[in-house]
Design a protein around this ligand. Structure first.
Ligand code: AMP
Ligand code: ZN
Ligand code: FE
Ligand code: FE
Length: 289
């Protein structure tokens, strides 16, 4: 059974609609896919509507922007109650922070002589509800300033880059509590990927487990074999769930093909069992078998 627990649609910074993403996942031979757009549940209904016909099981999730000891950390929340008011209010704060910084980033680019306007951005971002730096990267590609998203990040958008502007993110420990409060399962995304290596050591994972963390995304393209070994050992010792996933962004992230990294069925079962134990009304759509 092939299980991919971390993907993005164009509701955030992927390039496919949620429905197209679910169909693409089925066509790629996946048996289970999770939709985990950044900071929003806005794509869930569209994905649910097509999953059964597509013949694939769907896990509803979110990849949430948080901060821990000064560093940005992405937290995957699986199967939370989308109607939870406290969680949605905090997601709203994060999304507002994302929208607030966009004019500032465009102004930085214009200061550099690049004609980056809000109108031009709207043309490339294609009806998303959550705006991220990848959309501004797409604008830079469209304007002929860079060849691809990677080059846009390296030259302009990476933390500390000339067009980088910080934004609001929730404290990680607070967000784990909010996710659990919404009866969802909290898993740290790519903990030793870009930027966050060194922040989350074993002691930190111990603290986070006490706070309600359930798992670690170990098998991710941002982790080399050495990082994976280290994270797997930490997960073993702390009895945390181990996941693997593509972090697919459609055409927006080269190499992150659907199913290129996967989660073992027993680990998905732990996620499902934990959400059920928490009393979540959000279940997996379709059969996991
Ligand atoms: P933001 O959500 O605005 O903080 O932007 C972060 C997003 O940009 C994450 O989804 C990353 O996957 C993506 N990202 C970071 N670096 C790159 C890169 N070099 N190329 C493409 N996407 C990237
Ligand atoms: Zn993304
Ligand atoms: Fe991420
Ligand atoms: Fe992601």
């Amino acid at each position: 059974m092939t299980i991919d627990l971390h993907t993005h649609s164009r509701v955030s910074d992927g390039t496919e609609s949620p429905a197209d993403l679910v169909h693409a996942a089925a066509a790629a031979g996946l048996h289970v896919v999770a939709l985990t757009d950044h900071d929003t549940t806005a794509g869930w209904d569209e994905a649910v509507a097509v999953a059964e016909d597509a013949g694939i099981a769907l896990v509803r999730g979110i990849e949430i922007s948080t901060r821990f000891r000064g560093a940005g950390v992405h937290l995957l929340a699986y199967l939370p109650d989308a109607a939870d008011a406290a969680l949605q209010a905090e997601l709203g704060r994060i999304v507002d922070g994302r929208e607030d910084r966009v004019p500032a980033m465009l102004a930085r680019l214009r200061d550099l002589g690049i004609p980056a306007t809000a109108e031009a951005l709207a043309e490339v971002s294609g009806g998303n509800t959550v705006t991220g730096r990848p959309h501004i990267a797409d604008l830079l590609v469209r304007l002929g300033v860079v060849a691809d998203r990677d080059e846009a990040f390296t030259g302009y958008l990476t933390e500390g880059g000339p067009a980088y502007v910080d934004r609001y993110a929730t404290d990680l420990v607070d967000m784990i509590a909010l996710v659990n409060g919404a009866r969802g399962v909290a898993v740290i995304a790519h903990p030793w990927g870009r930027g966050s290596a060194g922040v989350l050591d074993e002691a930190a994972f111990g603290v986070l487990k006490e706070a309600g963390l359930a798992g670690i995304e170990v098998d991710h393209l941002d982790h080399d074999p050495h990082a994976r070994d280290g994270l797997r050992r930490i997960a073993d010792r702390l009895n945390l769930i181990v996941t693997g996933s593509s972090d697919h962004h459609g055409a927006g992230k080269v190499g992150h093909d659907l199913g290129c990294e996967t989660t073992a069925p027993a680990q998905l079962q732990r996620i499902v069992d934990r959400a059920a134990a928490l009393g979540s009304p959000t279940t997996v759509v379709g059969k996991v078998s």
